[in-house]
Write a protein that binds this ligand. Structure first.
Ligand code: SF4
Length: 369
């Protein structure tokens, strides 16, 4: 399990190593075809900042070679904001008093129909808070069954499950699972996740192994930028990805670098990542792992998403609502966080076309399930 492997790496030692990287380390990394974690650390270090243009060109070339000039489009569907956790940065945390929503199967179907009216979406990300008593595996299974006739590709972003439960859900159309470790800093993890199942670092971290064991087709990973030193966190994530690729080599992977957005929780980020730094990280990840899907959500603003669409990103959400029932049933319910890009899906697609990118609505078929 990766939580054991992670013990090999010192958080402070990794931070120091990144900050000690030099121009020579960056040039060595850029001269290699296959990069290791030290090369990745060089590319995300301050020493690589003068090489941004070179990194952008390399990232673009690798992306076009591996993915063509395409951007895959998806949309999230929040089906409940009920949650027993108390993540200090999230508006859905259990201490926040507001009416909780758990969509019924009929309401989920109404949301599916509303989404299909917005655009030709085929990739759906089903999102929940974490409350196993009201939105456990039975509920998720039902939700997948309701959504399945409407979308070719179903991914969930829910509480970490057992391998058996992941496997069970693949029989109802589950194709991918997204889970954010939030931070790999084991000592600080509990500060942000003080109670509930999410406070159990190992259970969450090893959830990715369980997804791999269950044969989930695609696994999405991410750390929340704004908690701990982002360079150290993404290095740990890169190591995690390398580990997963070695153990679950049939699986596809995606990464996401969500920057914290304002929410009802009122939490102020401990670290702020600039657009330039996010671009550097995106290029570094692409050069480090040519096959990984790099996903940008509507947390990022429209202009920045357009700027990055030709430089390494391969997947984008569009038209997103982060409140359950937000498309049809409860248009005014509480959002998990405020989005930055409210552009409609068809306008997002038109912009991508204008940039020479083909928006891909469908890249999976139920026949592969
Ligand atoms: S981040 Fe997720 S688990 Fe944490 S409080 Fe929000 S909805 Fe619940």
């Amino acid at each position: 399990m990766f939580s054991e492997e992670l013990k090999k790496y010192s958080w402070d030692g990794t931070t120091a190593e990144i900050m000690a990287m030099t121009a020579a380390d960056v040039e060595r990394a850029l001269s290699k075809e296959r990069l290791d974690d030290r090369d990745f650390m060089a590319l995300i270090s301050p020493a690589a900042e003068p090489y941004l243009e070179q990194m952008a060109q390399r990232s673009r070339a690798i992306t076009e070679r591996r993915f063509g000039k395409t951007i895959s489009i998806f949309i999230p569907l929040y089906i409940t904001n009920s949650c027993t956790n108390s993540c200090v940065y999230c508006g859905f945390n259990r201490h926040n008093k507001f009416p909780r929503i758990v969509l019924t199967p009929e309401q989920i179907e109404a949301e599916c129909k509303a989404i299909k009216e917005m655009g030709p979406f085929e990739n759906l990300l089903i999102v929940t808070g974490e409350n196993p008593a009201v939105a456990g595996t039975d509920y998720l299974e039902k939700a997948l069954q309701v959504c399945r006739p409407y979308f070719s590709n179903l991914t969930i972003e829910v509480m970490p499950l057992s391998a058996e439960d992941y496997e069970r859900l693949t029989h109802s159309g589950l194709n991918g699972v997204v889970c954010f470790q939030e931070t790999y800093n084991r000592d600080r993890y509990k500060v942000y996740h003080p109670a509930g199942m999410k406070s159990k670092f190992e259970w969450r971290c090893d959830g990715f192994d369980r997804m791999g064991q269950a044969g989930v087709h695609k696994i999405g990973m991410g750390v929340l930028i704004g908690l701990e030193d982002w360079r150290t966190d993404v290095t740990m994530m890169a190591r995690h990805l390398t580990y997963l690729r070695k153990h679950y080599w049939k699986t596809r992977y995606s990464v996401n670098f969500p920057r914290m957005r304002p929410s009802e929780a009122g939490f102020q980020p401990n670290v702020v990542m600039s657009d330039r730094e996010l671009a550097q990280l995106t290029f570094a990840f692409r050069i480090f792992d040519p096959d990984v899907d790099i996903s940008y959500s509507t947390r990022e603003n429209h202009q920045f998403r357009n700027n990055m669409a030709t430089l390494g990103v391969t997947t984008m959400s569009a038209g997103s609502k982060t409140d359950p029932g937000g498309y049809a049933c409860y248009p005014d319910s509480l959002e998990q966080f405020a989005i930055s890009d409210p552009t409609g899906p068809l306008a997002v697609a038109a912009d991508l076309r204008a940039l020479g990118r083909e928006p891909v609505w469908k890249d999976w078929d139920r026949i592969f399930d």
